[in-house]
Design a protein around this ligand. Structure first.
Ligand code: GLU
Length: 520
């Protein structure tokens, strides 16, 4: 159990090598919540000793991703703090000092084995049927003379930790007591032959020096924990408590991957996922509040969140749930903000000039009124906008057949005429006017509306025609009705057909009113 009355010092320790992964952000979030819950501190520690893979840009974008998500930290490379520096690459002297201590006490030793020798050792172990191969410890048994000979040769060395015999116990705050046979680890490397510390060594030392009280991280690090505990014990440093959060899996229970789901924060952002929706989605991956509440704000979560309610079993990523959260979050946005987001997505897609002209913004207001509720992501707006702007419309074959009647075609023509007579399509009393026109052709109100909607959009449902008319505008309405009529009059089969200037020839229906629609 953890005492939430005492301020906890926790840390998020990414190795920024590329995209910020959604699993990492969840770890950061859980740590943030523990820090805020207890009035403690969240440390952002950059684990960048793997120089080849790390870049300053990836560190900056990782921080930007965390901030976009709404997180803040109390100590870190950018904000400072008394336990800094917070980049491991700036702490190399510290690791050197501690490694020397272990070398001198005999707990660590120099290993002069070359990569080829280590390979040969593994091959030999596999030949004996050993699957989990490990270092034999042979450099631990070198005589002083052998060691001197290797030094003389100028061989490079790494520093290995002499793993004591016995069993290790991790008393995990989420998983309970987990045991490991020390023998399975083999003497592991703490300092690489290139001079830098390994992840386990640097992380263990820093957790102690930064006075971290709880190390909360992904389950994949559980097997590192006994190793880190051994190091701290050998150094006489304070061990933190550990809490390993369950993995996030794809729906087919494979490890969460790009192939099945979005995993990069940058991608979520560019898809128009809002941070508040991602927050609801992530906090419920591996944690539950104990009731069926699903919607939380970052401000209220610290109070509700606790380690006790983190699950032991893996969490299954649910893309639909995220879409639903995002839909709700989009609905709550003030319309001007939603408009700005859609406008910028349209600009990116090349559908809108930058800056957006005033009439386009008014059109967007109408668009939001018509489609705002149905958007699950900002990205959903783009195909909608495209469908409205297109001169073409796709009508399913069966629906097309329903339109193939003299009365319907005459009615559509009359609607087209009616539109042509208007100087403004906003605010037309369509629920009165369209049935009135329909009466002349013996059509019922419901059928009349259906036919107009179908001819204009190819869809059965959608926003009210009073919004659809001004969204489509005079020319597109004329063109779409004209194209449908022209097609039906000249009868070109039952396939769903793409109409438009590049498809069917456009012939206005006016003037052919008296012809039989089936004459072709
Ligand atoms: N740098 C490690 C990672 O990104 C941190 C693991 C830990 O939290 O100890 O996976």
């Amino acid at each position: 159990m953890i005492d939430y009355q005492r301020p906890l010092r926790v840390r998020y320790a990414p190795s920024p090598t590329g995209q910020t992964h959604v699993g990492g952000v969840r770890t950061a979030l859980f740590n943030y919540l523990l820090a805020r819950k207890t009035g403690g501190a969240l440390i952002l520690r950059v684990e960048d000793t793997d120089e080849e893979r790390h870049s300053p840009q990836s560190e900056a974008s990782m921080m930007a991703d965390l901030r976009w998500f709404g997180l803040s930290w109390d100590e870190g490379p950018d904000v400072g703090g008394v336990f800094g520096p917070y980049r491991q690459s700036e702490r190399l002297g510290l690791y050197d000092g501690y490694s020397r201590e272990l070398l001198e006490s005999g707990t660590a030793y120099r290993c002069y084995c070359t990569p080829d020798e280590l390979d040969a050792e593994r091959t030999e172990q596999r030949a004996r049927g050993i699957v989990a191969t490990k270092y034999s410890g042979r450099c631990r048994r070198l005589s002083a003379a052998q060691r001197a000979a290797f030094e003389e040769e100028g061989r490079k060395w790494s520093l290995r930790f002499h793993v004591p015999p016995g069993r290790s116990e991790v008393d995990d705050l989420i998983k309970g007591k987990v045991h490991f046979e020390n023998d399975a680890f083999g003497d592991f490397i703490m300092m690489k032959s290139t001079g830098g510390p390994t992840y386990n060594f640097a992380a263990a030392v820093d957790d102690a020096l930064m006075q971290v009280s709880v190390v909360l991280r992904g389950d994949e690090h559980l097997a590192n924990t006994p190793v880190q505990m051994m190091l701290l014990q050998a150094l006489g440093l304070q061990q933190p408590r550990y809490a390993h959060v369950p993995l996030i899996l794809n729906e087919d229970h494979s490890k969460l991957s790009k192939r099945h789901n979005t995993v990069g924060i940058e991608e979520y952002r560019s898809q128009g996922v809002l941070p508040e929706a991602l927050l609801n989605h992530l906090v419920l991956l591996g944690w539950s509040p104990g009731d069926d509440r699903e919607e939380f704000t970052l401000a209220e979560l610290p109070e509700i969140f606790s380690l006790e309610r983190i699950h032991k079993s893996p969490a299954i990523y649910n893309a639909d749930r995220l879409r639903a959260f995002n839909q709700r979050a989009l609905r709550k946005l003030p319309p001007p903000q939603l408009r700005a987001m859609i406008a910028s997505a349209m600009q990116e897609a090349g559908f809108l000039e930058n800056p957006a002209p005033e009439p386009a913004l008014r059109w967007l207001d109408l668009f939001i009124e018509a489609y705002g509720e149905e958007l699950h992501t900002i990205g959903d707006a783009i195909p909608r906008v495209k469908a409205l702007r297109d001169e073409a419309v796709v009508v399913p074959a069966l629906e097309l057949e329903r339109l193939r009647s003299r009365d319907v075609l005459f009615y559509l023509d009359a609607v087209s005429q009616y539109v042509d007579d208007q100087s403004e399509l906003r605010g037309l009393p369509l629920s009165h006017d369209l049935p009135e026109i329909a009466k002349e052709f013996g059509l019922k109100k419901k059928e009349a509306f259906h036919c107009v909607r179908m001819a204009l959009t190819g869809e059965k449902g959608g926003p009210p025609l009073t919004l659809l008319f001004p969204l489509l505008g005079h020319d597109r309405i004329m063109m779409r009705i004209g194209a449908i009529s022209s097609h039906l009059l000249h009868g070109r089969g039952l396939e769903p057909i793409k109409y438009g200037p590049d498809g069917q020839p456009f012939e206005p229906i006016r003037g052919v009113k008296s012809e039989s629609p089936d004459s072709a």
